[in-house]
Design a protein. Sequence first.
Length: 394
Amino acid sequence: MILLSIFAGIVAGVLLAPTLSDLVSLAKIAFGRGAERPACRPQELPRFLFLVPAHNEESLIASCVESLRSMRYPAGCVAIWVIADNCSDRTSTLARRAGARCLKRHEPRRPGKPQAIAWALERLPVRDFDAVVIIDADVVVDGAFAAGVARAAPLRGKVVQPYNGVRNPSDNALTRMAAVLSAANHQFAFGLKTRAGLNVPLGAGVSFGSEVLACYGWGAFSIGEDWELYALMTEQGVRTESSPQARLYAEEARSLRQSASQRHRWAAGKLTVLFRYAGRLLRSRHIGPHQKLDAVAELLGTGPAVHLGLVTALAAALLMMNAPAAPGLAIALAVSVLRPATYTLVALAREPDPWRKALAFSYLPFYTLWRIGVQLTALTMLGDKPWIRTERNR
């Protein structure tokens, strides 16, 4: 019983770390110690190099490139390059037909998106641009995407994370929940971090300042390259901020079977980065205590579904087995749920057709059990093991 209480206390402390960080952020903002905004914007519009790594994406590459070409931004400030990475289909042909320029990479012994990006960055005139934006081939961007990223200018010395939305939010309960949780993160949780001067985690569509790439290069090659880039940038004190006005949309998996590979990779990649970088983040001389707390809390995070399942199981075990300090520990565990619940409820209230999306969360108990299983089996993928890519809906 004592060991159960000790374990529950450790888990409660880990799960409460993001809440503590948010409270510090709110205090900083309230006392005027949040992030400083540039006194003036640059006179010239930022120039963007859009880089689209694509492996056998003939079914999606045209819509991606066409959305980039349709952005409401001066064409002279935008260059679009597709990396046809070890393709055996018509990806390069369709990319050119849609209006992009194309690099063809044939290195079957070094497969992978991170390897393709590093290869392309060595061959393109990165310094001629303010930022390089990495766009996945299975997404489309909003017409105001480039203008939204440009609002964070000057861009050369920072990293900007756009809003990652769901392209098919009305398909079923899974996609509706995903749309709400995406809004909770990108519109509210990340917004608070940016205002408080904290780095935000990275995902799809990241804009890397050209000076950042010149100084640090592309150093992420794990199965969780987004989390690895976040850890690398944070460790070095490079600013990563959110720009919710820049929006892109990706197709969300419609079934648990379809999303299993991706969820396994995300969970395993995050754990791999945690083990490799937690110590480096805590020892870093480029960031302060608040950023260290927040970064480690982000890497320790399990996602709201696993968080809820873990709290429910542990609190029930403590109370049923009458473990030492069970009521207090159960309360601490329950309090940790308030943060993700608050962000989710606020996001839900802002969504169109909120009642229908709220009804989708009746699927949450089953989804929670499935996600806990994914989290456990992801332990077998730690390191840089290969993974099976997600089935495409289109």
